[in-house]
Write a protein that binds this ligand. Structure first.
Ligand code: BES
Ligand code: MN
Ligand code: ZN
Length: 507
């Protein structure tokens, strides 16, 4: 995305639209806030007239547009909600609403008056990043597969520091430029995740990784079904057995710039290109959404690209566990016992609990071959997580309080919401096998997200590990009104901004 920082007043910037933040007014606020004085004069008093009529209230979700003389330029007032609740997320949401509102209105350049979004409460560099987030993430549209598509509107973003923040121009510019590149990566990841399963096969996703390797100097290794057989990755092979598109496991390695102090973090993603449920087939309603069952693996692609582009200090090893879960004559079946890379045997009670089966190979492979300091997996793993936490919060389960705390901090800072759920011996007991070492389903209608995580914990070789169940947050389809203004229909890219922030904070 194209973003610049100007040490000027917002109205001095030549942009099609100039946006000011506005917090919710109280009954005592009789006068238009002083930061809107010049804008009011420029519109010929339209702002104060609307204010006096109580037409503009500053409520969350409110966006008001006012023309400036000449007809080309406009003023936008962006509601931010109650001043006491102002956060980076209010800024993201506000810009998200604005960005939606001006879609298709020919706005080529948007100037944002930063002080009215920081209100002396948020750091200008953080608020500027949040402005970029809300704007770019909301403007995204997946239209690649439409035959009559208009080119996406290119819109330049200018952050006007005004007198309040003009002294911190350098402090704002570098982080903002990094955020712009990160956002390009999130949108790139969304594009891949939105592709349907006829295109985005395991080999297609492996090819994306190989291309990334070339473009960003990453070491990329693709294990095909022959190699996976040799290695003993019985989980990925079983899940992919019913599809004509054979399974793959992909390893991406980024060497951090931190030298000897660099930690190695493994990120492992569930990449089911389509999850029909297999022989334990799903009902057909909304089954199409299961093209998004690869979102964990696509997040891994995004994380590796951003790590390389932003030259992070720590080493990152990405693992993509790729398979298509279909029924068929060569599909795995309920009752089968498969042997994972770790040597442990998995009793398959339900072929629809396939995510944990592919992850068992990826987790144990990376734990033993790359000796990471910690492992974080991302997976659209359980419908139970959507029942428990809804569609705006992902589940966090971990065997390590420090890793969990770091992720919760990153969550707070990025707005990619997490909620920690418990993982106890009871849940581990629940996934003990009858004829195999572990079973992939308890077939009990309880603690589905927790028992799935307990299953995964068997394959991390005792390493510090966290599991992110992104089943509810990886895409938007049902109930879009309950998702943030900056996540349009389709894949959200959830996990990329979160993990990059986490990796940046890691000492
Ligand atoms: N990919 C699904 C989980 C899912 C369901 C994500 C709906 C988002 C929306 C996963 O593979 C699955 O089918 N899980 C089963 C597990 C069960 C059979 C133990 C589930 O959640 O029902
Ligand atoms: Mn499934
Ligand atoms: Zn699945």
């Amino acid at each position: 995305m194209d973003v610049t920082v100007e040490g000027k007043e917002a109205l001095e910037v030549d942009a099609d639209l100039i946006a000011f933040g506005l917090v919710e007014r109280s009954d005592k606020d009789a006068l238009l806030p002083t930061h809107l004085k010049e804008a009011d004069t420029a519109t010929g008093g339209f702002l104060s007239a609307a204010w006096d009529r109580k037409e503009i209230k500053g409520k969350k979700g409110e966006v008001s547009l006012f023309p400036l003389p000449g007809g080309r330029r406009r003023i936008a007032l962006v509601g931010l909600g109650k001043p006491a609740d102002l956060s980076l997320e209010s800024v993201r949401l506000g810009l998200g609403y604005l960005s939606r509102q001006i879609r298709g209105k020919g706005v080529r350049s948007l100037c944002v008056h930063l002080p009215s979004f920081t209100l002396g409460k948020l750091l200008p560099e953080d608020a500027a990043k949040a402005v970029a987030d809300g704007h770019a993430l909301a403007a995204y549209e997946f239209n690649r597969l439409k035959s009559e598509r208009s080119d996406p509107e290119k819109r330049r973003l200018v952050i006007a520091l005004s007198k309040e923040h003009v002294r911190v121009k350098d402090r704002v510019t570098t982080p903002l430029n990094r955020e712009a590149r990160l956002l390009d990566t999130v949108l790139w990841a969304r594009d891949i995740a939105n592709l349907p399963a006829d295109t985005a096969t395991p080999q297609f996703l492996a090819d994306q990784a190989l291309q990334l390797g070339k473009d960003f100097k990453l070491k990329v290794t693709v294990f095909d079904e022959k190699k996976l057989t040799e290695m003993g990755c019985g989980g990925i092979l079983a899940v992919g057995g019913g599809s004509v598109h054979p399974p793959r496991m992909v390893i991406l390695e980024y060497a951090g710039t931190g030298g000897r102090n660099a930690k190695t973090v493994a990120v492992v993603g569930k990449g089911i290109t389509f999850d029909s449920g297999g022989i334990s087939i799903k009902p057909s309603a909304a089954m199409w959404e299961m093209k998004f069952d690869k979102c964990g693996a696509v997040a891994v692609l995004g994380i590796l690209r951003a790590a390389a582009e932003l030259k992070l200090r720590n080493n990152v090893v990405g693992v993509m566990c790729l398979a298509e879960n279909l029924p068929g004559g060569s599909a795995y079946r309920p009752g089968d016992v498969v042997k994972s890379f770790s040597g442990k045997t998995i009793e398959v009670l339900n072929t629809d609990a396939e995510g944990r089966v592919v992850l068992s190979d990826g987790l144990s492979y990376v734990a033993s071959k790359h000796n990471p300091d910690q492992i974080i997996d991302l997976a659209t793993l359980t419908g139970a997580c959507v029942v428990a936490l809804g569609i705006d919060t992902a589940g966090l389960l971990s065997n390590d309080d420090r890793v969990a705390a770091g992720l919760l901090t990153a969550s707070e800072r990025t707005g990619e919401r997490l909620w920690r759920l418990p993982l106890t011996q009871v849940h581990k007991d629940m996934v003990k096998g009858e004829v195999g070492d572990v079973r992939n389903s308890t077939e009990l209608p309880m603690a589905g997200t927790l028992t799935a995580a307990a299953f995964l914990s068997e394959f991390v070789a005792g390493k510090p590990w966290a599991h992110l169940d992104i089943a509810g947050t990886a895409w938007v389809a049902k109930a879009p009104q309950y998702t943030p203004s900056y996540t349009p229909h389709g894949a959200t890219g959830f996990g990329v901004r979160l993990l990059i922030n986490y990796l940046e904070n890691l000492a």
